[in-house]
Design a protein around this ligand. Structure first.
Ligand SMILES: CC(C)(COP(=O)(O)OP(=O)(O)OC[C@H]1O[C@@H](n2cnc3c(N)ncnc32)[C@H](O)[C@@H]1OP(=O)(O)O)[C@@H](O)C(=O)NCCC(=O)NCCS
Length: 341
């Protein structure tokens, strides 16, 4: 397809090689830089793995690149079509190089994604953009509506001075928590722990959703295994701190941090959840402070962690603020309803 001298082409994510992935990563990095988003650079290998292995183990369902006359990638869009829950939804991420913007490429990429989503029977498309970037205006012009919600992206520095703080907060939470022991797990969940971890993953569903039309995630043993396997194949080392109620032996909480072995300097905080019956005992703070102590000690190459919180998630934000997390960006959520023919 041609759009003002630029060719939009759909590519199979499984056919990507590292050169192509480097080009796709460059679009993300240049877009972030132009929009003042202070994120670490995405590496080619990280990008390749992300597009080929989503958290359910499948590649993204649609991938399009826009190339200029010289064959240079100037824009890209990736579409996910969830299969387990929210099966009427399509999730879009895209970016255009700063110098190629305002020429219709964003719209052409979105049109391709919408066509595929409609063909797949999807009724709603969600995407997001950083507040303060041109994305919000562009998305509105392209038929998306702001949900009025956003995630604040917070960063915690793992420097030598912070270590005393993790220890102090750990001790404070420990004194308050009562009879809980913490268990450390690195990498895929051992078979005998899978059932327990299903409930811990499900506990995140009490967190507020960005849109009431979204369903929570249904977790099963097979889903935990698929997630663990995808992360291992992506070379994301999953660190889990688990809290167990000692008298009953029940699993009470979990916090997860992923270290990307291709670029370990900034680790990504995944879910932290406490099972309802065990809330209000500072287990969230206990697990997160312990994670930072543990990772600082065992993985000195990790210099910071990044965490995304919905602004309505007051309890998690309070924990993160105690950990001295700083807001570095705000990512606003958008939705477009799709008409089925
Ligand atoms: C969002 C983004 C992909 C748009 O790319 P683009 O190639 O500039 O988009 P287009 O040229 O096709 O513009 C699409 C519409 O948005 C409008 N638009 C785009 N940027 C705009 C701006 N800075 N100010 C006002 N309107 C703007 C265009 O006028 C056009 O509307 P129109 O056809 O009614 O005139 C680009 O800004 C970007 O890469 N941003 C960073 C990543 C991001 O936020 N992605 C959004 C999630 S997919």
């Amino acid at each position: 397809m041609f759009n003002g001298g630029v060719r939009i082409e759909r590519i199979d994510p499984l056919h990507l090689d590292l050169d192509a992935a480097d080009e796709l990563a460059a679009v993300v990095n240049r877009a972030n830089e132009a929009d003042g988003v202070p994120f670490p650079q995405v590496s080619g290998p990280e990008q390749l793995m992300y597009l080929q292995l989503q958290s359910d183990g499948r590649p993204v369902d649609g991938l399009w690149v826009a190339r200029d006359d010289d064959g240079r990638v100037v824009g890209r869009a990736a579409l996910q079509l969830p299969l387990r829950d929210n099966t009427d939804v399509a999730l879009l991420r895209g970016a255009v190089l700063p110098e190629a913007r305002r020429q219709g490429l964003g719209r052409a990429l979105v049109d391709q994604a919408v066509t595929l989503a409609v063909e797949a029977g999807r009724r709603r498309m969600y995407t997001s953009t950083f507040l303060g970037s041109p994305g919000a205006t562009a998305l509105t012009a392209m038929g998306f509506t702001s949900l009025g919600t956003y995630d604040a992206v917070r960063r915690v520095e793992l420097d030598v001075e912070s270590e005393a703080r993790w220890h102090r907060l750990y001790a404070e939470a420990r004194a308050h928590a009562g009879d809980y022991e913490l268990v450390h797990l690195v990498g895929p969940t051992p078979p005998d722990m899978l059932d327990g971890l299903v409930a811990l993953h499900e506990a995140i569903n009490d967190a507020p959703l960005d849109d009431p039309d979204m369903e929570g995630d249904v977790w099963t043993v097979e889903r935990v295994q698929a997630y663990d396997s995808a992360m291992a194949r992506r070379r994301q080392t999953v660190h889990r701190v688990l809290a167990r109620h000692t008298p009953s032996g029940e699993w009470a909480g979990m916090s997860m941090l992923c270290v990307d072995e291709f670029s370990p300097a900034v680790a990504f905080q995944e879910d932290t959840s406490v099972v309802r019956a065990h809330r209000g005992r500072r287990l969230g703070l206990l697990m997160k402070a312990d994670m930072l102590r543990w990772v600082s000690r065992e993985r000195p190459e990790v210099t910071a962690t990044i965490t995304w919180n919905a602004t309505t998630n007051h309890h998690m934000i309070a924990v993160n603020e105690k950990l001295d997390a700083t807001v570095v960006a705000r990512n606003a959520n958008f939705r477009r309803d799709l008409e089925q023919p």
